[in-house]
Design a binder for this molecule. Structure first.
Ligand code: ADP
Ligand code: MG
Length: 227
């Protein structure tokens, strides 16, 4: 697990560059999309427009995953209750989970300190991890989200699934940009999540067993020590 953390640090320059490029691509892309939509009614053969517009959607998905890193919006760090942030994201996924026969259970410590964090960035991390958990269970299953005090100064958020899991060598590659085993995956979700948690002086630990499931633990310090 220590290895994973160190690797993600080495990749941070790549992440930063990619995020910057994504930011620059967004505006010209939106302009191309607009002109395509404007031209479409003038042409008989809609097929090519469908392809072009769906390819633009694909680029936008990739850019969307990278933009959180390029910090175009002002960051707002505050003391927040992670249980509340977690629950907001779980509610967001309720319909998708239900559709996939996935049951999400929660276990929250009753007494927890608030965490010094950027709420929108943490939401992004929880979205990325929960999405992966749901996607790992094509035939349904259970996810447990557990928020608990790790020690006096750290809170752990566990995302436990009983999905397809992975071999150790794959676990070691997690967080590499564009590393995905999914047909429509971007391979950016975990890289972005590693970066965000690193910015919070936290850690992400991943344990997985092929055909058994995966546990992702996000460890966050109560205060970053810098503030
Ligand atoms: P993407 O989801 O777009 O593929 P991610 O960075 O979110 O990109 O994840 C990278 C890869 O890590 C996935 O393609 C998958 O192989 C693996 N992975 C992540 N989370 C899980 C999980 N909960 N169960 C099994 N495999 C996972
Ligand atoms: Mg993903």
């Amino acid at each position: 697990a220590e290895d994973i953390i160190r690797k993600s640090s080495k990749l941070s320059a790549v992440g930063e560059l990619a995020a910057g490029v994504a930011h620059e691509i967004r505006n010209p892309l939106t302009s191309i999309q607009g002109f395509l939509q404007f031209l479409e009614p003038k042409y008989e053969d809609k097929h090519y427009f469908e392809i072009m517009l769906s390819e633009i959607d694909r680029i936008k998905l990739i850019i969307g995953e990278l933009l959180v890193l390029s910090k175009p919006q002002a960051e707002k760090n505050e003391y927040k209750d992670v249980r509340v942030i977690c629950q907001m994201i779980i509610n967001l996924f309720e319909a998708q989970a239900h559709l996939n026969n996935v049951q999400i259970n929660t276990e929250y410590d009753a007494d927890l300190p608030n965490i010094w964090c950027e709420e929108n960035q943490l939401k992004q991390v929880f979205v990325n991890i929960l999405k992966n958990a749901i996607e790992s269970m094509p035939n349904g299953g259970n996810i447990t989200v557990k928020v608990t005090a790790k020690d006096d100064h750290h809170v752990s958020i566990y995302f436990i699934d009983n999905g397809i899991g992975m071999e150790q060598e794959r676990v070691e590659r997690l967080g590499e940009p564009f590393y995905s085993t999914k047909e429509k995956g971007t391979g950016l979700g975990l890289m972005v999540s590693f970066r965000i948690i690193e910015n919070h002086n936290g850690k992400i630990m991943i344990k997985s067993e092929k055909n058994k499931g995966t546990t992702v633990e996000v460890i966050l310090p109560v205060s970053t020590g810098q503030n």
